[in-house]
Design a protein around this ligand. Structure first.
Ligand code: CA
Length: 231
């Protein structure tokens, strides 16, 4: 099997070297780009498996790079942003990025995000996506029948809780922003929808998590959104 190819788009030499060295020592191949313009060109030419994208690029906005790439490619994009670019990070996820890393990040964190992304890619390519049954740990959803089970016991979910659970499960491994979720569930994204979302998430967690204060299935990304983890 070919080693996966990772496109690294980062103008900061030290960060870029840290990433590429990490990739090299962990059996990944990489291609590096310093500007948005070359990144788009390289992605089109080499068709990488995953893109690691810094948002603050010298020639163009990282979000514009995502939008451009998304016009033809579904290649997973993991955004790398500085903490001061928090708003951009959310905007990037809404533009079609799959995950994010906040600077400064550890090598372990980077490798963990890559593993999540590859598992998600395998899920996407596997049968589980076409199938109407979703299984994740003890959680089972029968999309066709419109019901969900925990340890083979049917869950009594409200329509909104069920919709929320389906949305997260269909995007397992991917961070979904508050805006994205509320738009999908309610068709709008007002502040009070985000507040309602928190309430529904709390009641959903009580029903699916063994310990809702230490959730295993649905992870909170403070200020950003939620992600269902692959168990
Ligand atoms: Ca930068």
């Amino acid at each position: 099997m070919n080693k996966p190819l990772i496109m690294v788009v980062e103008d900061d030499t030290a960060v870029r070297n840290l990433i590429t060295t990490t990739l090299e020592t962990h059996e990944y191949r990489f291609q590096a780009a310093v500007t948005g313009e070359t990144a788009i060109l390289e992605v089109a030419t080499h068709n990488p498996d995953v893109i690691l994208l810094d948002l603050g690029l010298p020639d163009m906005d990282g979000i514009a790079v995502i939008q451009k790439i998304r016009t033809w490619s579904k290649t997973p994009i993991i955004v790398i942003s500085a903490r001061s670019e928090d708003v951009d990070k959310i905007e990037a996820l809404d533009a079609g990025a799959d995950d994010y890393l906040t600077k400064p990040f550890s090598v372990e964190e980077l490798l963990a995000r890559l593993r999540v992304t590859f598992r998600r890619l395998n899920d996407r390519n596997g049968d589980s996506v076409q199938s109407s049954i979703f299984q994740n740990g003890n959680l089972k959803i029968d999309y066709a029948a419109g019901c969900a089970f925990m340890k083979e016991k049917e869950l009594h979910l409200t329509p909104i809780e069920y919709k929320l659970l389906c949305l997260l499960s269909k995007n397992v491994g991917k961070v979904l922003t508050h805006t994205y979720i509320t738009k999908e569930i309610w068709g709008s994204a007002w502040d009070n929808d985000v507040a309602s979302l928190r309430v529904f998430m709390a009641t959903l967690r009580k029903k699916i998590e063994e310990n809702s204060s230490d959730p295993k299935y649905i992870q909170t990304h403070i200020g950003v959104g939620y992600r269902m983890l692959r168990i």
